[in-house]
Write a protein that binds this ligand. Structure first.
Ligand code: KPL
Length: 303
């Protein structure tokens, strides 16, 4: 996602250079190894349908660059967000805008509390993107994106004018918290089960055993969210999950991709966070506990 937003921001900056003179677009990378891979790749490439473009977006290791930051899009996994922000804290201008693209409903509040001098926004998206090679992004599925604040603030038109609204089909959402909770419910229902059954998203509907488990988990997630004081009314969780599974039937969930690549997964921010929220509210969540137990067993067996 980071590569896609960097590419789209860069393209926007080329069209409206006056806007961007003060704050040129930069890709901030994790470490020297990433920078080396970026150099070997010859920069950022973007493939969209039949076009394949090479975009000279400058890149630097986040901690090494010194330029002040007015607008920061944080595209890390949930578990890497706080460390990534800490690495650039000194560079953030007072009142700098931080846009968070993470899954779950936990890290957004953590950032909100730790960065009181900055303006924190949350962005949720249904665009599909993947890297077909290092720094070669494929904009595979054109979806939508929504941005807003946890305080349900009215639209920030300055921010919207700095983001690639048309290309990313971006809308202001004055109730982004609700959207984050809806996505959280969907990710809690799908992601761990795809690892347990080692399957593409659509197989959770096609495999009878997986589907029975999915139905029971959706039921439990829905009742938990109905009972948690901080969660908005969840609506029909299974219908949303069903629609997402049909739309992404051929995809590997992000958690299964992380699991297969031997990377840390977002489970602490998904089903494990759901369990913690349930326990804090003295609610039992046996289906979710069972999913977590089987998920952890798979991770242990992987080593
Ligand atoms: O967001 C997703 C993810 O993989 O993290 C879903 C909705 C499950 C689509 O794959």
């Amino acid at each position: 996602m980071g590569g896609l937003w960097a590419a789209r921001l860069w393209q926007l900056a080329q069209k409206t250079p006056a806007h961007w003179d003060a704050t040129p677009v930069h890709l901030l990378l994790r470490d020297g190894n990433s920078l080396q891979r970026w150099q070997q790749a010859g920069g950022l490439r973007l493939r969209d349908k039949d076009t394949d473009l090479c975009l000279p977006v400058p890149a630097a290791v986040a901690g090494n660059d010194q330029e002040a930051i007015a607008l920061l899009l944080v595209c890390t996994k949930a578990q890497d967000t706080l460390a990534a922000l800490e690495g650039v804290r000194k560079r953030l201008q007072p009142g700098a805008r931080i846009v968070l693209l993470q899954n779950g409903v936990r890290v957004q509040d953590e950032v909100w509390q730790r960065y009181p001098d900055q303006q924190v926004y949350c962005l949720s998206t249904s665009h599909g993107a993947y890297m077909c090679a290092p720094f070669h992004v494929v904009h595979a599925g054109h979806g939508e994106a929504w941005i807003g604040t946890l305080a349900d603030a009215p639209a920030d038109h300055t921010l919207l004018s700095l983001l690639p609204g048309a290309e990313m089909n971006l809308h202001w959402d004055a109730a982004i918290r609700r959207r984050l909770w809806d996505k959280f419910a969907v990710n809690c229902a799908i992601n761990a089960l795809t690892v347990i059954h080692d399957c593409r998203n659509g197989e959770l509907l096609a495999n009878p055993q997986a589907h029975t488990e999915l139905l029971a988990l959706c039921d439990e997630i829905q009742s938990l969210l109905q009972s948690l004081p901080q969660a908005p009314e969840p609506g029909d969780v299974y219908s949303r999950v069903h629609a997402v599974l049909l739309a992404t039937a051929n995809n590997l969930s992000s958690t299964l991709q992380d699991f297969r690549a031997g990377r840390a997964t977002e489970m602490p921010y998904l089903n494990a966070n759901l369990r913690d929220l349930a326990h804090q509210a003295a609610l039992a969540c046996p289906r979710n506990d069972d999913v977590l137990r089987r998920f952890n067993a798979r991770v242990q067996a992987r080593g």
